[in-house]
Design a protein around this ligand. Structure first.
Ligand code: GLY
Ligand code: MN
Ligand code: MN
Length: 479
């Protein structure tokens, strides 16, 4: 007797495979070894007898009892891998002995809490950060207030100054507000903000010891050069974003709304496993494309002779892309749209060619500006190439990474930087030029990896040439 037919076994196999996949959480986040190695790199850069202090991002309120989806502070994530709020990490230059423990880093994290975890999901807790994130010394945040650490023995305490935007959640006795409060007390930080301090000695010592400038610079010098682990995630984020642009080109039709177009991109992000958008999506048709960071995306009918500017980026395992394509809503560029688009394209191509190790990061911007000024003059949109105008009001190049505008020194290109190249021309209705140009807004933005050879355009999968865009827009889409 056969217990199972071949067919039912096959079904069971497929079902269990699909089910197992659905139950899996993503396994390709940065590993604990990445984060601990980054801490070592930071430690190597710290001045002698110093400590770096980094806080988690605050929880931000959306309205009433609903908070925004939590997003970790990029520096904190880079150094720890911890994705929860209400935490604080100390990275010491030299070994410290406190109580019976000797260590060179310590993390304070959210305490496990059955009730909170029932509502909001699992917390790693002290054991979790030890096992999963590799911190040998970890405590609950509640222990920080009475933690015996003598900050007066350090020559430098490095941290970034506090934004006054942290709420005290009175139900949490060790939330970020409390951690910052205890830290400030321990280092007498509030004293240096006083105009007439009464204790001059403590004031002078605190002023000398606390440094709110250097940490930012050290983190920038680390984060602007990507490791191979980071590059793998950035490439994935950019690839997914390029697929979003590509799918949208096929799906576009003049009766679509901006909201729907945004939804197509974001659906693709989710389909390919990206958790978030790296910044609020920008989808603007016609004159809306001339608003640089237009995020309303609310135009119901995008019209059949407009351009639509789509600047979006998937965030994959913390790393974000930043890709812009501008396409005609009806699938065919008009004469004027074509002329402006080609000018931006030419500026972008020429700029990308300067993405070379050792080249000034200002160079692509200067190259693009020159081409655009000459082009605008030739088209009669400005009087001559030296005329002042506001049709290209932004720079062309910024780093991407954990932030869409990732930290950078903006000096010279170095290997393994990932930098956008994004020239644009925006001619809003009412501009001081022939009406035929009004409402044309074009930006083309790609994410470029600096290599020891040619620059690598990571977003090249999404077409940029007019003929390629028009050909793709004729294809049948999936949406
Ligand atoms: N998406 C924002 C920017 O391009 O900088
Ligand atoms: Mn950008
Ligand atoms: Mn962008």
């Amino acid at each position: 007797m056969k217990l199972f037919s071949l067919k039912s076994l096959l079904f069971l196999f497929i079902f269990s495979t699909v089910f197992a996949q659905q139950n899996e959480t993503p396994q390709d986040f940065l590993k604990k070894e990445f984060h601990s190695e980054r801490r070592e790199q930071l430690r190597a850069k710290l001045p002698k007898n110093s400590v770096a202090v980094v806080f988690a991002n605050p929880v931000r309120n959306r309205a009433n009892d609903v908070d925004y989806v939590y997003h970790q502070d990029p520096n904190f994530y880079y150094l720890t891998g911890y994705k929860e709020p209400n935490a604080l990490v100390f990275i010491f230059k030299e070994n410290q002995t406190i109580g019976n423990k000797t260590f060179n880093e310590v993390i304070f994290v959210q305490e496990r809490n059955e009730q909170a975890e029932m509502w909001n999901g699992k917390r790693l807790g002290v054991e979790g950060v030890q096992d999963e994130l590799g911190f040998r010394v970890a405590y609950n945040g509640g222990e920080f207030k009475s933690y015996e650490i003598d900050f007066s023995k350090f020559d430098k305490i490095l941290f970034e100054n506090f934004n006054n935007d942290v709420r005290d959640n009175i139900r949490e006795t060790a939330d970020l507000y409390d951690l910052i409060k205890s830290f400030k007390e321990k280092v007498s930080f509030d004293l240096i903000n006083l105009n007439n301090p009464t204790n001059d000695k403590l004031y002078n010592e605190t002023k000398k010891r606390t440094d709110t400038e250097t940490l930012k610079k050290l983190m920038t010098s680390l984060r602007e050069i990507k490791t191979k682990e980071e590059l793998a995630l950035i490439k994935k984020a950019v690839d997914i974003s390029a697929i979003g642009q590509l799918e949208m080109m096929k799906a576009m039709h003049p009766n679509m709304s901006e909201t729907e177009a945004q939804g197509v991109h974001e659906f693709v992000y989710k389909k390919y496993g990206a958790e978030f958008e790296g910044y609020p999506s920008i989808v603007g048709a016609g004159n809306n494309g001339c608003i640089l960071h237009y995020v309303e995306n609310s135009k119901v009918n995008i019209g059949d002779n407009n351009l639509i500017l789509m600047d979006l980026g998937a965030e994959y395992r913390g790393y974000t892309a930043d890709v812009t394509r501008t396409i005609p809503t009806n699938g065919k560029f008009s004469t004027e749209q074509k002329l402006i688009y080609d000018l931006v394209y030419e500026a972008q191509e020429a700029g990308i060619a300067a993405y070379k190790i050792g080249e000034s990061m200002q160079e692509p911007n200067d190259i693009a500006r020159k081409i655009i000024n000459n082009g605008l003059a030739k088209l009669g949109i400005i009087a001559n190439e030296k005329s002042k105008h506001n049709y290209f009001p932004h720079g062309t190049s910024h780093h991407i990474g954990l932030d869409v505008h990732d930290p950078g020194n903006y000096e010279k290109f170095e290997e393994n930087m990932v930098v956008t190249m994004e020239p644009g021309i925006y001619i809003p209705i009412g501009s001081d030029c022939d009406e035929k140009w009004w409402g044309i807004g074009v930006r083309i933005e790609d994410d470029i990896l600096i290599t020891d050879g040619e620059p690598e355009n990571l977003s090249a999968k999404a077409p940029r040439k007019i003929e390629e865009i028009e050909a793709l827009m004729k294809e049948k889409g999936n949406f």
